[in-house]
Design a protein around this ligand. Sequence first.
Ligand code: 13P
Length: 265
Amino acid sequence: MARDKTLIVGNWKMNLDMHEASLYVHQLAKLVKNHRDVEVVLAPTALTLQSLSLQVNYRQFKLAAQNFYWRDSGAYTGEISASQLRGIVQYVIVGHSERRHIFHESDKDIRAKVQAAIRNHLRPILCIGETAGERADGETHDVLHDQLIGGLANVTSEELEQIVIAYEPVWAIGSGQNAHPNDVSAVIRTIRSQIKHLYGPRAADAIQVLYGGSVKAESASDYLALPDVDGLLVGGASLEAHTFNDIIKKAHKGSSLAKNIEGGL
Ligand code: 13P
């Protein structure tokens, strides 16, 4: 997907049961106006994915899995594979900081998941971000570099086109302490220059990069106005349909504003 489309992803984490999820999608479907320049992706719990896949109009919303196991099938009790998610979701979140820190996922696991997603024609949203301690120690760039190399190690230039990067500083997630847009801009420029180093200037220019971490309806436009930011990965503020729709509306405005500027209007 080209960068002219803004991606707004709602990561519900371990919230909303089957009934609440269905009600939410019903409400959001009535609120959201289809815009060719905005893609809305919902990432509910695995439990509700299948029923929501029957409820959503994929032209209005896409679905994402929050997690999966990298093998396609076998004796892996409790796991769901990317191949089982095919036909239900279009995206998968990989390497979220909660998976890295609470469930101790390594770069090796994350790399295998990126490969499994690509193998199964699902778009990985690869999350990277530094902790507060790493930031204080001036290690942000090194950490992001290691996480990028770790996640993308076996990815070819062609496969990279399927990948979305989400910059989510760990200290900003769920803390109410969102990163300053200027800092986000600087960090995402660094991410693009690291991609440039790995895959060349065209890939660096083409890759979609999102920001995530305590995004609210009031702050969404500050990020969407940044030329390097192609969308948002929203946690808490995606849990209520009206609030999430407020963010989606900002994305539409943000995209048209950017286009107007590009078009010299
Ligand atoms: P919050 O928006 O709740 O900070 O969560 C961000 C996030 O982790 C999305 O994946």
